[in-house]
Design a protein. Structure first.
Length: 260
């Protein structure tokens, strides 16, 4: 239960009325015994609200409210210095003081729980984001692929896994891998596609595309590589597979040798 701003203001207003009513009764009364008892019950109620769980505080406060009403009726029966109207006002003051506190505290508890849930969701979703243009780990790639495929299946979309293998060996291999990674980051559709590294290769998830789209992506990647290096045929090799059974295709790509 989360209280809206208007309801929160109303609860504070009721709380102020309850305390104002108690103050007014105190001014017009010459006895403090019942007031001390009232404040003791009020303090006990506040402790219950602060330290018990929502379920138990509702139960205990409800029981205290009924019991306090009966005690005020007993005081009225004894015909103390408090007249009947003052005792009724004390009970109304108690209700107007305790009930708003009960709802406000439980609202803050609900907000705290909701904030923790949202924080946990945010932490869980961060690993699926590639906002910095960095490639994913194997686990992140696999889990994000599974989530993406659920949406694609609902929309009857097709996708491909494209493996880009670096054919260079020796000291130049790492340099080529870094260059290919940067070019892949510039070429993929950041809102749809993502990739991971596997040895000297990269596996790219191409969402909502067909064979023609895969060829266009490969041509764009080659064009961007040629802009970086003055070379007609960069040392890379492409292998693409339509995603029918993701686990089967994914495992097959992992088991393939990087160099062709």
């Amino acid at each position: 239960m989360i209280i809206r701003k208007a309801n929160f203001s109303l609860l504070l207003f009721l709380f102020m009325i309850g305390n104002f009513l108690l103050f007014a009764i105190a001014i017009h009364s010459s006895s403090l015994e019942v007031f001390f008892f009232h404040w003791a019950v009020l303090l006990a109620s506040v402790m219950v609200i602060l330290f018990l769980s929502p379920k138990w505080s509702y139960i205990v406060i409800s029981a205290l409210t009924v019991l306090y009403g009966f005690l005020l009726c007993y005081f009225s029966y004894l015909q103390t210095v408090f007249n009947q109207m003052q005792l009724i006002s004390l009970f109304i003051s108690y209700v107007l003081s305790v009930v708003p506190l009960l709802f406000i505290r439980h609202s803050f508890l609900s907000m705290d729980i909701r904030m923790k849930e949202l924080l946990a969701e945010t932490v869980a979703l961060r690993k699926y984001m590639d906002s910095d243009g960095l490639m994913l780990t194997k686990q992140e790639f696999y889990e994000r692929s599974k989530i993406t495929l659920r949406g694609m299946n609902r929309r009857n979309e097709t996708g491909f896994l494209l493996k880009v293998s670096v054919l260079s060996n020796g000291v130049t291999q790492k340099a080529w891998q870094g260059l290919v990674q940067n070019v892949i980051e510039e070429t993929i559709r950041s809102d749809f596609d993502f990739f991971m590294s596997e040895g000297a290769s990269f596996i790219i998830f191409l969402q909502n595309t067909n064979e023609e789209g895969v060829i266009k992506f490969q041509n764009r990647l080659l064009s961007n590589l040629r802009l970086q290096m003055n070379m007609i045929q960069p040392p890379i090799h492409f292998r693409d597979y339509a995603i029918v059974d993701f686990d089967e295709v994914y495992q097959m790509l992992l088991e393939e040798k990087s160099n062709v």
